[in-house]
Design a protein around this ligand. Structure first.
Ligand code: GLC
Length: 537
């Protein structure tokens, strides 16, 4: 922990997608004992906290994001004893555990929804969002589902529609109902009581919908090939002002357990809207996920502008964060190519703010082509062929060069990538120039030098495909130079008395720098000024 910063400010978060991390019982799906068995890898990597995607009981219509019991463990993943063992072992190693909290919707199999749909008079009827049909008998308004089709499902037994922002198997909870709100906050308390260190809160911008149920306006920017939900602008279905009261209530619960419990919010929003998720006087999320590196063109000027805009937009005291990948988006090594994925790792791990690493990105996994008969993701099944499906980024981690990559002894639920005989953890652990070696070196440098985690960010330049900035803290001063091109670049005017601390090619540590510096294709370097400059790598 650097200089009084909270653990979640100086630390690095690693996302585990448990179905694909490590299987321990041969059923082809990863589980909690599997995670426990692989903690040495995460510790050697040097991450501080694990965020684990949902492990709760679930019919798996959306692979765990359809929760049927907020306080249990799905037998597929193990038992509550397995969970407690994992949590204790993480804490013994000085690491934190963050769970996924899915407040916007439950599974349609959740007992609450079963009760809610049983009759219009059921006390839990109002825990979900029920509406009468429009005068023509059709859905109450034009709201659409993220996963394709309308967002209203007809319930013949009670003669009303219910709203689902995602699948019809994921009915939206009604956070305007105080009893529902209390029940959800109680679920947080159950896990906080067990000792978890925080939550990544799912799809938070969807939590509250327009009280008047007005139609969403058409989106003039929609084109064939875009996700059908974008045919409308989600004016009345996402980012409603009352969401911040609900977030503040979650935060009060977390704060009741001390200042170290962390809430991260998932909201894909433009920067100005995102900032509101820190809450008035920082009473909201400590970290509203910043996803803008996922979509910003990989070009020096646009990236410099993104960093500048984001930094400038932060509320006073608001702590930044950066994300390069997750279980919903194309992998960084596929988006940018393997060479630039190394540069991107250096960017992620030297920017000011908390980085989140997605499992497998530390070995440069790429998106895996999924044959049609192996498609699992309901999004791809509902709207095939638009590239919306998320299976390609959710394939199992190859741990070694065994046939199923050491992930399972059974049939993996998704196929492993064709290159897993080479792109695997064991091979890269033995290779001092590998992507894994680069991640370990970056994380170690970041840990050793507070300037790189909690230090100031100072832009230097964005020209000729080179993005350059400095990080400073106390006497520590570092300059990062990232060659975003596949060609060689000469960089002018690097002040002297500096040394390369780390190159993405892992072969220049300790090299003195003065005047003109040659950067090879896809090369990034961290340069250290002052007496700390020697050594490295
Ligand atoms: C979030 C999750 C995604 C899930 C959706 C619905 O965006 O990251 O995987 O499908 O919410 O819960």
């Amino acid at each position: 922990m650097a200089d009084g910063a909270a653990w979640w400010q100086s630390g690095v978060i690693y996302q585990v997608y448990p179905r694909s991390f490590q299987d321990s019982n041969g059923d082809g799906v990863g589980d909690l004992p599997g995670i426990l068995a692989r903690l040495d890898h995460l510790q050697a990597l040097g991450v501080d906290a694990l965020w684990v995607s949902p492990i709760y009981p679930s019919p798996m219509a959306d692979f765990g994001y359809d929760v049927s019991d907020y306080t249990g463990i799905h037998p597929l993943f193990g038992t509550m004893e397995d969970f407690d063992r994992l949590l204790a072992e993480l804490h013994r190693r000085g690491m934190k555990l963050i769970l996924d909290f899915v407040p916007n919707h439950s599974s349609d199999r959740h007992p609450w929804f079963q009760a809610s749909r049983s009759s219009r008079d059921d006390p839990k009827r109002d825990w979900y969002i029920w509406r009468d049909p429009a005068p023509d008998g059709g859905p109450p308004n034009n709201w659409l589902s993220e996963f394709g089709g309308g967002a209203w499902e007809w319930d013949a037994a009670t003669g009303q529609y219910y709203y689902h922002a995602y699948l019809k198997e994921q009915p939206d909870l009604n956070w305007r109902n105080p009893a529902l709100r209390d029940a959800m906050l109680d679920a947080l308390r159950v896990w906080l009581d067990r000792g978890v260190d925080g939550f990544r809160v799912d799809a938070i911008h969807h939590l509250i919908k327009d009280a008047q149920f007005r139609d969403n306006p058409p989106n003039p920017g929609w084109r064939e090939g875009m996700s059908p939900v974008r045919r409308v602008i989600r004016l009345h279905t996402v980012d409603q002002p009352e969401v911040h009261d609900a977030i503040a209530a979650m935060r009060r619960v977390a704060d009741g357990y001390g200042p170290d419990r962390l809430l991260i919010g998932e909201a894909y929003l433009p920067i100005d809207q995102l900032m509101a998720y820190y809450g008035a006087d920082l009473t909201g999320f400590q970290l509203p996920f910043n996803f803008h590196l996922l979509s910003t063109p990989w070009e020096a000027k646009t990236l410099a502008a993104l960093i500048r805009t984001y930094e400038a937009a932060l509320p006073p005291g608001g702590w930044p964060n950066w994300v390069l990948g997750n279980h919903d988006r194309s992998r960084v090594a596929s988006r940018l190519g393997r060479g630039q994925a190394r540069v991107a790792a250096m960017l992620l791990l030297t920017l000011r703010g908390t980085p989140t690493l997605y499992q497998g990105d530390e070995i440069g996994m790429t998106d895996v082509d999924i044959p049609p008969d192996r498609v699992q993701d309901p999004w791809e099944k509902n709207i095939p062929g638009l590239g919306l499906g998320r299976d390609p980024v959710r394939t199992p981690i190859p741990w070694d060069d065994r046939p199923r990559g050491g992930f399972t002894t059974g049939e993996p639920w998704l196929p492993l990538g064709p290159d897993h005989d080479r792109v695997n953890v064991a091979a890269q652990a033995a290779d001092p120039s590998s992507m894994l070696a680069l991640h370990r070196a970056l994380l170690a440098l970041r840990r050793a030098e507070p300037a790189l985690s909690v230090g100031r960010y100072e832009p230097v330049s964005a020209e000729n495909d080179i993005l350059s900035y400095e990080r400073r803290h106390g006497t520590g001063r570092f300059r990062v130079l990232l060659n975003l091109s596949a060609g060689e670049r000469m960089v002018d005017a690097v002040p002297d008395a500096a040394h390369i601390r780390l190159s993405t090619h892992l072969d220049r540590g300790g090299e003195p720098v003065s005047g003109i510096l040659r950067l090879r294709p896809d090369e990034g370097v961290v340069i250290g000024f002052d007496d700390k400059g020697k050594g490295g790598e």
